[in-house]
Design a protein around this ligand. Structure first.
Ligand SMILES: C[S@@+](CC[C@H](N)C(=O)[O-])C[C@H]1O[C@@H](n2cnc3c(N)ncnc32)[C@H](O)[C@@H]1O
Length: 242
């Protein structure tokens, strides 16, 4: 059977519920790009999955709308709830259209590890620009395009160290990991760093920050080979032109 987000939804929700150092690190570095207090802020969490980022945004006081096209993940997100003081409403929706989200209705859009699952980046950025208020910002993270390129593997070097081996950085397009425990066995869309940046500029966003975070001690304790490599690329970009 070929895995899809529908078939791995329960597995992914359980992975995060059990505590995934990498996903928690992603959530934390993404939230570091937003104000520490979000009371009065409206946030759209695009590709919210089982809600790890939406819940953290609500904990900062935001009014959050979490959207995801995978109904089973939305069920998990609703079941997990949110502790407040903010609120979260979850909706099944596609990041390429955001059909359930009104124009000019949110101050922030977060997209944690989701835009690499969106088939049409231009459509998604157009939709994000439409729903953001003037001067609202998008904060996105994707698996680092350089080190998480298609079919990147680990290999032992002559000095005994485990090194990342990457060969297909420039091979943009859909690919599927052959690792049975990899999230990207569902397939995802590889794009280079410059593709993300130029697409944002083309859609009228201004770059506010670009971050390649150092893995935390928790991440390195579980996956020592990740020391010295940023697992994610984060970009914060402000909507400027309409
Ligand atoms: C790696 S998960 C990340 C989920 C969550 N943001 C997190 O940090 O755990 C990728 C998510 O992208 C969602 N996704 C797939 N296609 C999408 C689309 N067209 N629009 C929005 N989200 C999509 C999947 O359903 C999944 O929840």
């Amino acid at each position: 059977m070929t895995d899809t987000w529908d078939t791995i939804a329960d597995w992914y929700a359980e992975l995060l519920r059990a505590g995934s150092a990498l996903n928690e690190f992603n959530r934390d570095v993404l939230l570091d790009r937003l104000p520490s207090r979000l009371s009065g802020h409206r946030v759209l969490d695009l590709g919210c999955g089982e809600g790890i980022i939406s819940r953290a945004l609500a904990a900062r006081g935001a009014s959050v709308v979490g959207v995801d096209p995978t109904p089973r993940l939305i069920e998990h997100a609703r079941a997990a709830g949110a502790a407040g003081p903010g609120t979260v409403v979850y909706t099944v929706d596609d990041g390429c259209t955001l059909a359930t989200v009104a124009d000019d209705s949110v101050d922030w859009v977060t997209a944690g590890l989701s835009l690499n699952h969106v088939p049409d980046l231009d459509a998604a950025l157009k939709a994000v620009g439409r729903v953001l208020t003037a001067r609202g910002s998008l904060v996105l993270s994707v698996p680092h395009p350089c080190f998480e390129a298609p079919h990147a593997t680990w290999a032992q070097a002559a000095d005994g160290a485990t090194r990342r081996v990457v060969g297909d950085y420039l091979a943009e397009g859909f690919w599927r990991s052959d690792q049975p425990q990899a999230v990207r066995r569902v397939g995802n869309h590889h794009r280079t760093t410059s593709t993300y940046v130029t697409a944002l500029l083309r859609h009228g966003f201004a770059l506010e920050s670009l971050t390649e975070p150092t893995p935390t001690a928790e991440v390195v304790a579980r996956q020592p080979q990740r020391a010295g490599l940023p697992p994610f690329l984060l970009i914060r970009a402000r909507a400027c032109e309409r």
